[in-house]
Design a protein around this ligand. Sequence first.
Ligand code: SF4
Length: 681
Amino acid sequence: MSSHRSESSHGPGPGRRTEPETRGRPAGERGPGRGPGAHPTTAAIAGAVAPPDAAGATVRIPGRLRGRGPDRSFDPRPLRAALLPLIRAVEALPDDWPDPLPAEVMEPLLRRHPRPGGGFFSRSQLIAGFHAFANDAGFRLDESAFRRRVQRRPVRTQSGVTPLTVLTKPFPCPGKCIFCPNDVRMPKSYLSDEPGAQRAANNRFDPYLQTWNRLAAFAATGHPVDKVELIVLGGTWSFYPEAYQVWFVQRCLEAMNDFGEGLDRRDEVEATAPDFELIEDGVVGDRFLRNPYNARVSRFLALHHEGELVVDAERSEWGALFGAQQRNERAGARCVGLVLETRPDRVDEREVMRLRRLGATKVQLGVQSLDDAILAANRRGHDVEATRRAFALLRRAGFKLHVHWMANLLGATPASDREDFARLFEDPAFRPDELKLYPCSLIETAELMGPWRRGEWRPYADEELLEVVTDALPRVPRYCRVTRVIRDISSDDIVAGNKRTNFRQIAEREIARRGGHLVEIRHREIRGERFDEKALSLRDTEYRTDAGRERFLELVTETDRVVGFLRLSLPDQASFVAELGHHALVRELHVYGGAVGIGTDAEGRAQHRGFGARLLAAAGRVARRAGFETLSVISAIGTRDYYRRQGFADGELYQHLRLRGEPASEREPASEPEATLSPPA
Ligand code: SF4
């Protein structure tokens, strides 16, 4: 990964080949340890095995439960003694508190009642416990009231798509960032008591088990699972061997495909998935090693994987992935977005093509700072120029850019942070689409402990941090979405630094108190609110980047709430991606609506009311007026059908629409009513 932390696509459609080549070299020849972006495995990739889904018995879920299978990874009965006090504590909260309970209330309760043997219960496990014990425990609330209180539905699905996060297995990372935790039970930068990380570990970091069980948990708590944004986190994605990357994404898609069809193959996987629980006991001698995380994890993997970092069962081939992608196009649980994260210095043309071939539509990029001295002090291992290059390459290939930026790094001051953050949007080389703003927190296993002990680094005081954040948020333009302001980790893990998880709310209140105004997307999302469709207007924001001009088209209410938006790139020159040539490019089309299920009636909400088509028509007009003859889209696997219905034709990795009509003056507004889109001949 790219940063201190965290959390659309193409396969073989009609006329698409099943074994495409990376620019320059066929997939099967891209082995480890060769050239830039080489991977660290010692295994040859040629001869990778077929995906492990062909053999073995399958279990069918009864039709009634399709897509709603129980999370079999959790049986509440043996944990009754621990679960009952937690359920009763939730029940005992006043009835006039909001449903669902906010994280600031739920998380301390979960931490006060940990799972025996380590870790914490999840909300879905609480609901499973309530269901299992309701007959004889004499609960005060009925089950539906308890679910409303506990489940996360309004928060998790407010953007119209259900996010599903999976983690890759522990693996060496090329980064040496001094703020990064070194928990060897986790992929680099993650902590084993983070809820998402615990889920991954409980599923042995297996992509199929993680995806299937998460879908089951979502379905069991009432979330629609037909449209899923798959977010793959962990270490530096681009450093994992290509065959592992292919296998990982393929297995996530196969879990979605199976889940949608009511197929359950978890037993086959559980029998063979490696157990990373042993990693702490199985590897010793970290004290004198220069990079304890990489050394310990490499040793463990080699010990348990016959000398290899990745075993045969964790490798697959492009053809098998493309098959899974094709099946997912019409699956019950569709991948409508794939997010992968990496470091700026791992991004070159070949890597960009690999990300696209995997089906990625968005890249999380660890920027952290735009100051070379700060990057060097924190041993990021790359400079700002690498970040500029990565932005330009990813943008020219149509990716959405989700950036991580950190305050309070070693060498920074509140004043330098304010300047650095301002550069993120003032410099046309950057201007990201989404943003995570993380103040640096001191974690016990991070190398930053040394500078802290020597008095060379200290966490900002609350007031200093508040100044940085209250200065930063109003600078974020209307085309960017701030997804997070504080990393969601346990205060127990933080040796020094901010421990308030509601810091965003505190900062927003302070901005409002000072008369400030936020326009970033998340602050303006319509969420589940009703609105008057006739009063919607199309707003067009233009800004420049190093790759060309961007047009951010939004459908907004009279009070500036966003119902949907489209990101349109008008590049200055032809892309290095041959298929794109010099086309206008839709980088994102998003319509809000409380994760309304495909085909679900959602009167008054935003999805399925033609807003997407309206935004696409506006994009076509803008592109044609700017002289472009073709509009291309970086579609997700699960949205290909949608774009076909809008007249787009399949290319190899993108979809394309010929624009008809004469180019007109660009000065005309995008909201002109005439239609200039027409399907290709
Ligand atoms: S050490 Fe690796 S995972 Fe950690 S922040 Fe640096 S690049 Fe990201």
